[in-house]
Ligand binder design. Structure first.
Ligand code: NAP
Ligand code: G4F
Length: 345
């Protein structure tokens, strides 16, 4: 049987690394788009990287950029994939306030560039996955959110993603493209970017445990997040593209924790006896020797915060037969083990 071909925008990111491995295991030929960088940016792909001189490669990387429409359309027409996964984004919410125009261009218009290329060369019925986000629910008052919860974006990042979600739905309805929006809640792993809060906390506290760092500076400790494992979530992306009909799905765990609860879980596993004192900006975490190990730094507070995210994944459970396989404890243990093996480097 002819092997399926996938094209991943954002292959060098956390999800790109997990999805590539997942699809290679399913015997796909995987093409990935990387950006030109002054230093190597393929560290998450080291064990699946194949030298360009090899014949019959299963994993092939190409230069391209979502803000360069000619690179997007020429890659799609050259590769003619069965499935396109758009995971590429300026994905940091706080950074999106600093570079709002760039973020909107990549995260919003970038999606349109792919859809438009599919529309004009869609002889082969290319299927499309859009990496949507729970951040789109932003300021919602609903205790838990599903596919019918109205969006209320609170950042340039979320606004760009709402545009991408909407244009994906419009291209599906107007042109019959098999296009799906995943609305994924936070998902983490040892490969998570170092400036996202879970990785920052696990890495920082491991270094503190190993006496390689004294203190960790954080922002808001009271926002609530629904954290799953990236490895479980990429399977849901693939399932969405392998149904009879395209559809949009929330992918989540339906459990939520505050940042402070996450810190307490990590401390417990690292056998750090954390004690909290003070309030507001003066709240601090101390270890058993009374050393201050966590302190608030105003620089990490956002102009607008998303306070409450918890996803109801009933639709994915019913239609995709998907559910998360790993819980938060397993996720944290895996992340800590990885940091300990790398000796907090
Ligand atoms: P990530 O680690 O930040 O990876 C983002 C990827 O996009 C990287 O490969 C990055 O390349 C690439 N990229 C950035 N700008 C680009 C551009 N202009 N052209 C082409 N590629 C570009 O993000 P992630 O955590 O894997 O998330 C994957 C996607 O899911 C993102 O769209 C994110 O917004 C969305 N999402 C993530 C979560 C989550 O909790 N992880 C939840 C919901 C939705 P470089 O390596 O060169 O920077
Ligand atoms: O880890 P975060 O930066 O993730 P955030 O903002 O929820 O966004 C992530 O998940 C989204 C899905 O909902 C994705 F779409 C998005 O691409 C990204 O992957 O922050 C989580 C929470 C926030 O409330 C933030 O204010 O942690 C709080 N926080 C507290 N101190 C901090 C810090 N966040 C970061 N990054 N750094 C801190 O020092």
């Amino acid at each position: 049987m002819k092997k399926k071909i996938a094209l991943i925008f954002g292959v060098t990111g956390q999800d790109g690394a997990y999805l590539s491995r997942f699809l290679l295991n399913k015997k796909y030929i995987v093409h990935g788009v990387i950006r030109r960088s002054s230093s190597f940016n393929t560290s998450r792909l080291e064990d699946i990287y194949e030298d360009p001189s090899l014949k019959n490669r299963k994993f092939i990387l190409h230069y391209g950029d979502l803000i360069d429409s000619s690179s997007v359309s020429s890659l799609i027409s050259k590769i003619m994939p069965d499935e396109i996964y758009n995971l590429a984004a300026q994905s940091h919410v706080a950074v999106s306030y600093t570079i709002p125009e760039y973020t909107s261009n990549v995260d919003g218009l970038g999606t349109l560039r792919i859809l438009d290329a599919i529309k004009s060369i869609n002889k082969k019925k290319i299927k499309f996955y859009q990496a949507g986000t729970s951040e789109m629910f932003g300021g919602t008052q609903k205790k838990s959110q599903n596919e019918n919860t109205p969006f209320d974006p609170q950042s340039p990042y979320a606004a760009g993603k709402v545009f991408a979600h909407t244009i994906t739905r419009i291209y599906r309805n107007a042109y019959g493209i098999y296009a799906c929006n995943g609305i994924l809640f936070n998902h983490e792993s040892p490969l998570r970017g170092e400036t996202f809060v879970t990785k920052k906390i696990v890495k920082g506290l491991t270094k503190i445990k190993l006496k390689k760092q004294k203190k960790l500076y954080l922002g808001n400790l009271y926002s609530k997040r629904d954290w799953g494992h990236a490895g479980d979530y990429v399977e849901a992306m693939w399932k969405m593209l392998n149904q009879k009909k395209p559809n949009d799905f929330v992918i989540s765990t339906n459990k939520q924790y505050t940042i402070k609860q996450f810190i307490n879980i990590v401390c417990n596993k690292l056998k750090i006896k954390i004690k909290w004192r003070g309030k507001g900006l003066n709240e601090k975490g101390f270890d058993q020797n009374n050393n201050c190990i966590i302190q608030i730094d105003k620089r990490y507070l956002r102009p607008l915060e998303v306070h409450n995210l918890r996803g109801d994944f009933s639709k994915a459970k019913k239609i995709l037969k998907w559910r998360p396989k790993r819980n938060l404890n397993q996720l944290v243990e895996e992340m800590i083990d990885y940091e300990l093996k790398n000796n907090g480097q």
